[in-house]
Design a protein around this ligand. Sequence first.
Ligand code: 2P0
Length: 326
Amino acid sequence: MTAAFARARANIALSKYWGKCDAALNLPAVPSLSLTLDDLVTETWASVDGALDADAVTLDGSLRTGAEAATLGRFLDLVRSRCGAPPNAYLMVRSSNHFPTASGLASSASGYAALAAAASSALGASLDDAALSRLARRGSASAARSIFGGWAVLPAGVPGDDALAAQPAFDAAHWDVAMVLALADKGPKDVSSRDGMRRTVETSPYYAAWLATAPLLHAEVRAAVAARDLEAVGAAMEASALAMHASAWAARPAVRYARGATLETLDAVRTLRAQGVGAWATMDAGPHVKVLCAAADASTVSTHLAAVPGVLGTRVARPGAGVERT
Ligand code: 2P0
């Protein structure tokens, strides 16, 4: 049988999602706005295999087992139910990430977006983008945004309401910007974003402040992206990232993703601005810094950041397309 194929790309949030209002349905407590990137691609093939008595998922050539296989199996159970397929229509899935080598950027966003698309096609369903986004969200909330190219918004959820999907805000051609990825040494294993945000929700005295601030910063980011005002986007984007990380640092025990190279890179971005180059930083659940700038400044920014102590390399990404299926 021919396998269904899907390709999806990672996205970076400019206004951040951090914290759930309903963990069972994977609903975010705050709205977020992201840019899908051309450079960070996951490709996934899926086919129904009558010889299987459970799903078999291979990522970058290695068969997933144990707790990870169980999580993927539960997600594929949901896909079967949304597609009206029998519970025993088990899938053979092969997925590969085409990310910068050893970058540590491998993202559940592109992974679950591609898996939702490939698995639903293999089961014979043709879900529209909203239904796919809703489905991908249950795998990973950020995956809901990767269904769409360019700039996408995932609104805050309402507890118990499983209908939440991301929405396209502006297409990839809206604005000629670049995201320069400064890759820092990963060091010891990080806390997963799921565990990090849970700990923040449960223990951080600053989580309430984050809940109050995040929607305001999101509105600021959205209006500035609409106006293509890089300085305004940059200022609100940095504020969102730093407020998110501050809420996480205050958790017990602390959830801290920044490393030495992360802070060195933030200083380098400030130096670039002092030199008249429009560049602003954001960070996620890892040590890497992602820097937004005009496309015309990308090589200047990339060269400057590559020289920062502890930065292993840089990569220039541009606005990318949404999920593709065959
Ligand atoms: C974001 N992050 O908005 C935020 C900023 C990381 C920092 O969404 O638990 O993998 O699967 O919904 O989507 C990463 O968290 O977490 C993320 P789950 P997810 O991009």
